[in-house]
Design a binder for this molecule. Structure first.
Ligand code: AMP
Ligand code: MG
Length: 506
């Protein structure tokens, strides 16, 4: 595989370089039933809003990729032109939305530009918000500045936290008006992932009785992303089991860090177990297991504590879509697929338990750990204690010092004191050393997460034409376990943020 090397002349100036290549565009080999080829619709007079150097580095692109005049990067990543080798298209998928079959959806505002070779393996590059596609339905194919900043920052924040996610390479903006509840302006996020294939892609071909295409998609996915399944007795059941386990691990990651996705419809579920489609998401401030971050989710279907169950529900929808792939009688096939989902339960439970042990700085495994953890979470919930800060401040605990900072987060101080005694006893049982434990805990409990109010400040400034806060926040979020230079980045939400509502229109 050839990757364009960065050639730097003696004077330090880069020569005219070929744009990144080669483009593999393997999704296109699936055939026209899977997509519509079409060029993105650009934005007039685009400007750069931000780039992620970390994402570009992963792609193996030179640091100044976005500034190279000969690359026309600004025009490419605002949908106005294409690099040689790109093969833009919108893909078709369907899905269950809020538990109900929604029929055909598809990339209504996403253009897959193609798949490029990188040192990390082939990566798909996608523009979100570059205009109408055949799957736009009632939408305008656009994304507004506000939601694009949120998606850009959160993608890179998740990567910084070590949580599987689609990446965000760049953010471009324009004065192009876009109507939502009020008049806003357009932006485009460039997203990067090994694959953007969703549960909904499989559901689409199963529900429309296109079984040959369904099989082609499954075989394609196995070949590219799960080759080990080819050896299994039932490759499709093995694939389902793999997806179930990786989804379980993603849910354990989300629950451990206090992330609420908000719209866990099957069309937003990645076949690679990546966090995908950032909309009205939120990181927990005060801990409320019933927290619903999407104001349109009136039933609370995707409430924080329900996320693991909802992912399991989505996996059942995926299993249903796999049925036409299975040989033999439907009863036996159904049973095989259900069995393939079974490991989800232990993978999630054990995954969360081990993450929680680490968050509490525990190295040994003991019988009572589960109740110690559950009681800590109950204590936090009953005080609506700040999720991120509770763990972070717990790391500083020592037997000799008064835990005033931690105590400030709790209402029932007596209950906190009783729990802390149990915790101290548990630490002693494994001869835990405070300084080492604190360092371990700080390495897994972030100081900074993308709280809504932090994103809001960046959005307000960007609307006024100042993008520096978005850039600054990006850098902070890429190192979430470091104590930030500005204490306010890690602090609890200010009073003005209490009334902040995140619109689900994007
Ligand atoms: P979401 O709720 O963002 O996951 O979107 C669900 C479906 O609606 C997907 O097919 C999207 O492509 C589509 N969609 C959302 N917003 C727009 C828009 N402004 N224009 C076109 N399609 C959209
Ligand atoms: Mg979506």
């Amino acid at each position: 595989m050839h990757i364009s090397p960065a050639i730097v002349t003696a004077s330090g100036e880069a020569d005219n370089l070929a744009t990144p290549s080669p483009w593999l565009n393997r999704f296109a080999s699936l055939g026209p039933a899977f997509f519509t080829e079409l060029a993105p619709q650009g934005m007039p007079a685009p400007t750069w809003l931000a780039q992620s150097a970390a994402c570009a580095e992963q792609l193996g692109w030179p640091q100044d990729w976005w500034q190279r005049e000969d690359w026309q990067s600004l025009q490419v990543f605002s949908g106005n032109t294409l690099w040689p080798g790109m093969q833009p298209m919108a893909t078709v998928y369907s899905g269950h939305q809020f538990g109900v079959w929604a029929g055909q959806l598809g990339d209504g505002r996403a253009h897959l530009l193609g798949e490029v070779a990188t040192p990390q393996g082939p990566m798909e590059i996608q523009l979100k918000g570059a205009g109408l596609t055949p799957y736009s339905r009632m939408g305008d194919g656009r994304a507004v500045l506000r939601s694009s900043i949120r998606e850009f920052l959160c993608s890179e924040a998740m990567a910084g936290l070590g949580i599987p996610t689609t990446r965000a390479l760049a953010l471009t903006a324009s004065r192009l008006p876009v109507r939502r509840e009020s008049l806003e302006t357009a932006a485009i996020v460039t997203r990067v992932a090994p694959s953007f294939i969703r549960f909904g892609h499989f559901e689409h071909f199963a529900h429309s009785d296109q079984h040959a295409e369904l099989r082609r998609l499954a075989d394609f996915f196995i070949q590219l992303h799960a080759p080990e399944c080819q050896e299994a007795e039932s490759p499709y059941a093995a694939l389902l089991e793999k997806i179930a386990k990786q989804t379980a691990r993603l849910m354990a990651d989300w629950q451990a860090v206090g992330f609420c996705h908000g719209v866990m419809n099957t069309d937003n579920m990645s076949m690679l177990g990546l966090t995908l489609d950032y909309g009205p998401f939120g990181f927990m401030d005060g801990f409320d297991p019933g927290h619903v971050c999407n104001h349109s989710d009136h039933q609370g279907r995707y409430a924080f504590a329900r996320q693991p169950n909802m992912a399991f529900w989505n996996l059942h929808a995926l299993a249903q879509a796999f049925m036409p792939l299975m040989p033999g009688a439907p009863e036996a096939a159904g049973e095989t697929l259900l069995q393939a989902l079974e490991p989800y339960k232990t993978e999630f439970a054990e995954g969360l338990l081990s993450r929680m042990r680490a968050k509490l700085g525990l190295q040994m495994q003991q019988q009572d750990d589960r109740s110690l953890i559950d009681d800590w979470l109950k204590l936090m919930a009953s005080s609506r204690a700040d999720y991120t800060q509770s763990f972070r401040r717990l790391s500083a605990l020592t037997p000799s010092e008064d835990p005033a900072q931690l105590r400030d987060l709790f209402i029932d101080r007596e209950a906190l004191g009783a729990w802390l005694q149990r915790y101290q006893a548990r630490l002693q049982a494994e001869n835990s050393r405070d300084a080492e434990r604190a360092a371990r805990m700080r390495a897994v409990n972030p100081a900074v997460v993308l709280r809504n109010h932090l994103a809001e400040v960046a959005i307000r400034q960007a609307r006024a034409g100042d993008f520096s806060e978005t850039e600054r926040l990006l850098k902070v979020l890429q190192h979430p376990f470091d104590e930030p230079e500005r204490p306010s980045d890690a602090a609890l939400p200010p009073d003005w943020a209490q009334t902040l509502e995140v619109s689900c229109s994007s």
